[in-house]
Design a protein around this ligand. Structure first.
Ligand code: SF4
Ligand code: SF4
Length: 426
């Protein structure tokens, strides 16, 4: 492909994206997708022990996708980006094209064959979810993302229900795309080209393959080249008995940490079961003290579980200076899965009250546009959508069941939910 054509696609393309040329993204169940927001029901490839990484990148589906993008045609896998752009939103496609796209022009022009296949693959950006191994079982999660959830699900509901619900597990609690120990040896040669990596899990801090990647970059003197980004539950900074992640992090000058924290104290310990809140606080202090170059922020998920407590949690994090609210912003998420955890379905009167409270926080942060917009999104979700008694009853049933398995009582920790349950039962 001509360089001028690639440059034009990077700068002006409506459907072209650099990621299918420079990125490798895979899930624990071995599905390979063009990126983390591409349609996961349409994998472009899969991890197989008899295929190399370049073969996976040159699957028929991947080649077809790239040859369409070379003509700036839409591809169904990337519908989410295109739809968001139609609504005027800034997308991951635009962000990657703009940030580093021009640096990739020569490479893309040189390696792309007419049929969309690649002569050579340089993995500039890596996001491999190696395993579902996790030391927590958050109420908002499930067996495919957490081995602790899998374990409980299998124990409480039995093998038949487990296999029906989670067929990709083939009956196993832990799933791992390196289970035959071939992925890492295939991956290592590609680690030389990586400039950006996104580590998430399961829980990445207790995932072996993550340390193998860090070791590779350290041994090959590549730490300065690699920008590390993490999403972690922040429950631990150690792996096995003698691996201290802080010592690793000190070696990587470009480091961003997103902690999945969205409540504190006993509420956190209930809704994100496995949390030891005091330990989380110690971890935050340790990182701030020992790895001061790390950019630390939170990535809260707002749901019915924490909507009542989130403002208190927010004050706690800000007052203790655990998060910066001047120059950076949390990455706010809204729980839509399971659907009955979505704050939209709360009774109108409760949503009105909550929206008023959240408006105070929005106003407080009017000088930080990202935080302002984060609260705006929460308020929006408290003002649209219909209250739904059936949904609340589903939410109650789900929580009552977990309370029984776990010997916990969600209602006692979040008493505001009792009024909501009474309304749903009336
Ligand atoms: S266009 Fe969007 S969905 Fe497709 S690969 Fe790029 S960022 Fe991912
Ligand atoms: S920490 Fe993350 S992966 Fe683990 S259970 Fe919670 S949401 Fe799931």
């Amino acid at each position: 492909m001509e360089k001028i054509v690639v440059k034009n696609l990077v700068e002006n393309g409506k459907h072209f994206c650099v990621l299918p040329w420079v990125h490798f993204h895979a899930w624990p169940d071995k599905r390979v997708m063009p990126c983390c927001i591409a349609d996961s029901d349409m994998p472009t490839s899969e991890i197989r022990n008899d295929e190399s990484i370049i073969q996976m990148m040159n699957s028929d589906k991947y080649n077809d996708l790239r040859s369409k993008m070379m003509k700036d045609e839409e591809v169904p896998e990337c519908k989410r980006c295109y739809d968001l752009e139609l609504m005027g939103e800034w997308t991951m496609r635009q962000s990657h094209n703009k940030r580093k796209g021009l640096d990739y022009v020569d490479y893309i022009a040189d390696v792309t064959n007419d049929d969309g296949s690649l002569k050579e693959f340089q993995m500039k950006y890596m996001d491999i979810r190696f395993s579902n191994i996790c030391n927590m079982k958050c109420r908002s999660c499930g067996p495919s993302c957490s081995s602790l959830w899998s374990q409980e699900f299998l124990k409480e509901r039995g093998a038949e229900v487990f296999e029906e619900y989670f067929p990709k597990s083939k009956g196993k609690i832990v799933i791992n795309n390196n289970d035959d120990m071939t992925l890492m040896s295939k991956l290592k040669p590609y680690l030389d080209d990586v400039t950006e990596v996104y580590f998430a899990g399961g829980e990445i801090v207790i995932t072996q393959e993550h340390y193998e990647c860090l070791d590779y970059w350290i041994e090959n003197d590549l730490c300065d080249q690699v920008e590390l980004t993490y999403t972690t539950n922040f429950s631990t900074l150690n792996y096995k008995k003698n691996v201290d992640l802080i010592e690793y992090w000190k070696k990587f000058p470009q480091l961003k940490i997103w902690a999945s924290l969205d409540a504190h104290g006993e509420v956190a310990e209930c809704i994100r079961s496995g949390t030891d809140w005091e330990k989380v606080v110690r971890n935050i202090r340790d990182v701030k003290e020992q790895v001061p170059h790390a950019q630390f922020q939170i990535t809260p998920t707002i749901s019915i579980w924490n909507i009542f407590d989130f403002p208190d949690f927010w004050d706690y994090m800000v007052d203790n200076e655990f998060i910066d609210v001047e120059y950076s912003s949390p990455r706010f998420n809204l729980a839509t899965n399971p659907w009955y955890a979505n704050v939209m379905i709360l009774p109108q009167s409760v949503k009105r009250r909550l929206a008023e409270l959240y408006r105070v926080y929005q106003e407080k942060h009017k000088d930080n546009v990202d935080i302002y917009n984060g609260f705006k999104m929460i308020i929006y979700n408290l003002t649209v959508g219909d209250e739904n008694k059936g949904g609340i009853l589903e939410f109650k049933k789900f929580n009552d069941e977990l309370d029984e398995y776990r010997d916990e009582k969600f209602e006692d920790l979040v008493p505001e939910i009792k009024e909501v349950y009474e309304w749903a039962q009336s």
